[in-house]
Design a protein around this ligand. Structure first.
Ligand code: DLL
Length: 437
């Protein structure tokens, strides 16, 4: 059946087969970094671990975590396990402060990357019949080039649009008959809005069937908005520059989590405070070890992303473990007067409220010693602004739901449609002013 096409046999192995492959590749990876990356060798030695100590998969727990700071300390190439002569591609992710995180790929890494993307786009239903419009920014960001080579690999016709110039995006989408859109979810939302302004009905006038969104989180409510706006199957995929870029995991048509390419990555979930490894289904920080990368192998990388693992066999026939939607990053969690809340939880409440559109912004600040939160939300329909009563009741309703569902007391500002910022790449929806005096 066309619906559940699977690109690689390696996506449907038995658990024991995955464990055997993972152990063998883990041993090789530890040996290789020990021999080729002085920084890892020292870290391993400091923890009393020699490559020969890795005898079972569980021994991975003896290996110390790697964190973003390790990349900073080794900027730009200090964590590479090969000389730069063997690097055929660099990418980088822009950190919030200072220098970017630099990553490199050998020729074999490029082959691996292509193969992993081929798997995740096939899971969505994309084939060589499709016309794939890539609206991620081409450049140091891994998103565009990563998806590009995998989509070409399966034979899809790729349009390397890059991000921005939204009206032109829509024109090309219409004229070329794009069937798959690849972008951040926030940019896709904005593009749909611009299409409508141009007098184009995305559902009738375009041929789009699939959305492959990633690079940032999106809630189920956001998926509904995207499906509704475009008339597509909206899927998401998760990845990270340090680990390879996109290609770590992707969502199949069953839409119940993202399959991790387990013959290339070993996932663990840990308690972000204690580092203790948690069990299946428990929510914590995702930690990933790469087991096939040549240029930049990464041992037990703390992604900062909060999710859980699900080993149940999926209806699509894949046996790889799935991660649940990312709830947020451990460093994004807002602590408001003792209540912990992720921006994604606020998004879920807002987007499930009557009468408002999918655009919002969260501001957090201090008033005296108290944490205050203010949420600007766009109305779906400007007419509401004409009735004070309707406005008041909408406002009350959202405040009440934020209070009862999340336990937060937020000031809600309902604003006119099309007044909040739009994003062409990753959205910035939270402004935290608490560090500022
Ligand atoms: O965003 C890689 C990527 C590009 C993945 C395109 C998918 C599609 P970075 O720029 O290094 O790499 O950012 C990685 O983005 O730690 C998450 O916090 C966030 N992120 C990426 N995908 C998702 C997702 C790319 N599906 C960081 N859901 C990660 C939630 C995501 N967060």
């Amino acid at each position: 059946m066309d619906k559940f096409r699977i690109w690689s046999e390696n996506e449907k192995l038995d658990r024991e087969q995955y464990r055997a492959i993972q152990l063998e590749r883990l041993k090789e990876t530890v040996k290789r970094v020990y021999e080729n990356v002085p920084y890892y060798r020292k870290k391993l030695q400091d923890s009393g671990v020699e490559p020969g100590d890795i005898k079972s998969l569980e021994d991975i727990r003896r290996i110390p975590f790697t964190v973003k700071e390790d990349f900073r300390e080794n900027y730009p190439f200090g964590l590479f396990a090969v000389p730069t002569k063997q690097i055929v591609r660099f990418h980088a992710s822009s950190g919030t402060t200072g220098k970017p995180t630099v990553v490199g790929y050998t020729k074999n890494d490029m082959e691996t990357w292509k193969e992993l993307i081929a798997r995740i786009v096939t899971m969505v239903g994309v084939t060589d019949e499709d016309i794939a419009q890539i609206s991620f920014g081409y450049g140091l960001f891994t998103g565009a080039f990563g998806l590009h080579q995998g989509l070409e690999h399966i034979g899809a016709s790729v349009i390397p649009m890059s991000s921005g110039n939204t009206k032109r995006q829509i024109m090309i989408m219409k004229d070329f008959g794009s069937t798959a859109l690849i972008s951040t979810p926030s940019y896709a939302l904005h593009m749909a809005e611009v299409a409508k302004e141009m007098g184009i009905d995305p559902k009738k006038d375009l041929k789009l069937k699939y959305g492959l969104f990633g690079g940032e989180g999106s809630t189920e409510a956001m998926r509904c908005e995207l499906e509704e706006a475009w008339g597509i199957l909206a899927t998401e995929n998760y990845g990270m520059s340090e680990l390879i870029g996109p290609g770590v995991s992707g969502e199949c048509q069953v839409l119940k989590g993202m399959h991790i390419n387990e013959d290339h990555f070993i996932p663990e979930i840990i308690d972000p405070d204690t580092g203790e490894v948690l069990g299946e289904g428990e929510v914590g920080e995702l930690v990933i070890t790469t087991i096939t990368k040549e240029a930049l192998p990464v041992l037990r990388y703390r992604t900062g992303d909060i999710t859980s693992l699900n080993y149940d066999k999926c209806e699509c026939g894949r046996t790889t473990v799935r991660i649940d939607k990312i709830q947020g990053r451990s460093d994004d969690m807002l602590i408001l007067g003792g209540v912990n809340v992720f921006p994604s939880q606020i998004e879920e409440v807002l987007l499930n409220s009557e009468g408002i559109g999918p655009h919002y912004q969260i501001k957090v600040y201090k008033q005296g010693y108290l944490d205050k939160i203010e949420v600007d939300v766009e109305l779906a329909d400007a007419d509401v602004l004409e009735s004070f009563q309707r406005l008041e009741s909408l406002n009350q309703n959202i405040r009440e739901r934020l209070r009862s569902i999340l336990g937060i007391d937020a000031k809600v500002n309902l604003v006119e449609p099309r007044t909040l910022a739009r994003f062409e790449g990753k959205a910035k929806r939270v402004i935290d002013l608490r560090g500022e005096k």
